[in-house]
Design a protein around this ligand. Structure first.
Ligand SMILES: *Cc1c(COP(=O)(O)O)cnc(C)c1O
Length: 240
């Protein structure tokens, strides 16, 4: 009897794509083999996390990386990281860190729903989401004018869920943000290209391990070393 017969869960034919509600992806053969091998030993999880993060960074051409429980957890880690700066007390206070610099700007067409709202993930990370522009049009001045001293980051959704037309493109968002010293976080959860967004200058790029890469429920974030170090501290907080 198969495990799904035993649980009385009918199998389905997937004609929809990498959908969370269908189990995202079926595991690649190499992934199953690696999981079997890795699961048979005890290791230092701190060391494993560091090495796995380095591996992810290497594949993405990034300075540093960190493994997370999923892309959603990656969004939370990224937001909590840049808001707390890795400070231990603020890290323990997330999702209500006692700092004023908590605003996370996103274009209205990027306030997506991926079986959960993007804005909720930002809030769990301690961010206060501020949607700018309109669903059918957002212009650079909408973003520029919303950046103030309380702004912690700009979140950019690189996703088929997002509005595809008349949003400010990523290269422009990065230019605006960096002119004001604000980091750009890119949710590239389901994207296949592991290098493009790092190369464009995004500060943190968030991937799901279960979508394009056909792994189990998992994720990773890559980007600039100073920011990834801040995110790493969140394993002593919301990313536990
Ligand atoms: C699927 C998806 C997520 C969530 O990814 P998980 O790894 O399932 O947590 C986040 N953002 C986007 C754009 C997605 O497509």
């Amino acid at each position: 009897m198969s495990i799904y017969e035993e649980l009385n869960v009918p199998r389905v034919i997937n004609c929809a794509g990498k959908m969370t509600y269908l189990g995202s992806s079926v595991l690649r053969e190499e992934v199953m083999e690696a999981m079997n091998e890795a699961g048979a030993s005890f290791v230092s999880i701190d060391e494993l996390m560091l090495r796995a993060g380095e591996k992810a960074a290497e594949l993405c051409g990034a300075e540093a990386g960190m493994v997370t429980a999923g892309a959603s957890a990656g969004i939370i880690a990224a937001v909590a990281g840049v808001i707390t700066g890795g400070d231990p007390l603020l890290t323990e206070q997330v999702p209500h860190p006692k700092t004023n610099k908590r605003k996370v700007i996103l274009q209205k067409g990027h306030a997506i729903y991926f079986s959960a709202p993007m804005t909720q993930m930002i809030a769990i990370g301690g961010g206060i989401p501020e949607e700018v522009g309109t669903v059918s049009k957002t212009l650079p001045y909408h973003i520029e004018n919303s950046i103030d001293e309380d702004t912690a980051a700009i979140m950019y959704a690189q996703s088929h869920h997002a509005v595809q037309t008349d949003m400010v493109p990523l290269d422009k968002v990065i230019e605006i943000a960096h002119k004001k010293g604000v980091p750009v976080l890119v949710d590239a959860a389901a994207e296949e290209d592991m290098q493009k967004y790092v190369k464009m200058g995004a500060d943190i790029v968030i991937y799901s391990g279960a979508k394009a890469f056909e792994g189990p429920t998992s994720g990773f974030i890559v980007g600039r070393k100073c920011y990834i170090e801040m995110c790493r501290q969140q394993t002593k907080g919301v990313c536990r």
